[in-house]
Design a protein around this ligand. Structure first.
Ligand SMILES: C[S@@+](CC[C@H](N)C(=O)[O-])C[C@H]1O[C@@H](n2cnc3c(N)ncnc32)[C@H](O)[C@@H]1O
Length: 231
């Protein structure tokens, strides 16, 4: 960083976060995710794809023991810096999905993962794309987060994730049930339709088999916070 680069800060709930280079600033979906995250003091929490560490820092401040992962090295640095800035401890690890926590179990696994459907031939490899790109059908990371949950959840543990309604509430429930996780919706919220979605609206509409999108050019999108609980 040079003296002329500027410094982007985000302040929320009495905490201050530095938005580093190559790290996505918090969006409406980030705040929605944090508002409904059922964190309990003393629990072991894993956040996959923590970005600048917003949810992880707040969970640590609520008394949880938090491991936060991200695939972007600058995000891991940002998580560490933001934990220090707010006087909490977060174990930040670099790596893909569950790779940094092999053999470990948690009471709560949570993720606000990249889930924007990305038509083939439109993928990019930069950090901004890493924050958005959910693969062709939007489920690329979500599927892996769900697949890995049973072997990383403690008995009675919960997997909690955000999802665009157009990716399919029924599909999310079926995926959780297929892994013996009992599904519930913790919250729903209507948000502004993501700008990046307009350029690929026809592709998104072709995936919306449950009819969650408004007809025409939608101004809004519904998002869900879904929980799957292990017996
Ligand atoms: C939508 S952003 C969410 C960031 C933050 N949790 C929030 O709510 O603002 C998704 C994050 O997941 C990270 N990510 C993408 N692919 C990943 C993967 N395979 N494993 C771990 N993290 C990943 C991205 O770098 C990005 O920080």
């Amino acid at each position: 960083m040079t003296a002329d680069d500027g410094l982007l800060l985000f302040s929320w709930r009495g905490c201050l976060f530095r938005v580093g280079e190559r790290v996505q600033p918090p969006k409406a979906g980030s705040l929605f995710f944090c508002r409904y995250l059922p964190v309990r003091a003393g629990e072991r929490v894993l956040e996959i794809g923590s970005g600048l560490g917003l949810a992880s820092v707040l969970a640590a401040r609520a008394g949880a023991h938090v491991v936060a992962t991200d695939i972007v090295p600058e995000a891991v640095e940002a998580i560490r810096g933001n934990a220090t800035l707010n006087g909490v401890s977060v174990d930040a690890r670099l790596g893909d999905c569950y790779a940094p926590v092999r053999g470990e179990r948690f009471d709560l696994i949570c993720s606000n993962p990249p889930q924007m459907p990305t038509p083939s031939g439109r993928e990019r490899s930069d950090a901004v794309a890493a924050a958005d790109n959910g693969g062709v059908d939007g489920w690329r990371i979500l599927d892996r987060v769900i697949d890995g949950a049973p072997e990383h959840l403690a008995p009675g543990g919960r997997l909690v994730f955000s999802i665009f309604a157009f990716l399919g509430r029924k599909r999310a429930f079926a995926r959780l049930e297929a892994h013996a996780l009992t599904p519930t919706v913790l919250a729903t919220e209507v948000q502004a339709f993501p700008r990046i979605g307009y350029e690929r609206l026809e592709h998104i509409r072709s995936l919306d088999v449950e009819g969650a999108l408004a007809p025409g050019v939608p101004a809004t999108v519904e998002r869900l916070i879904v929980q799957g609980t292990r017996a």
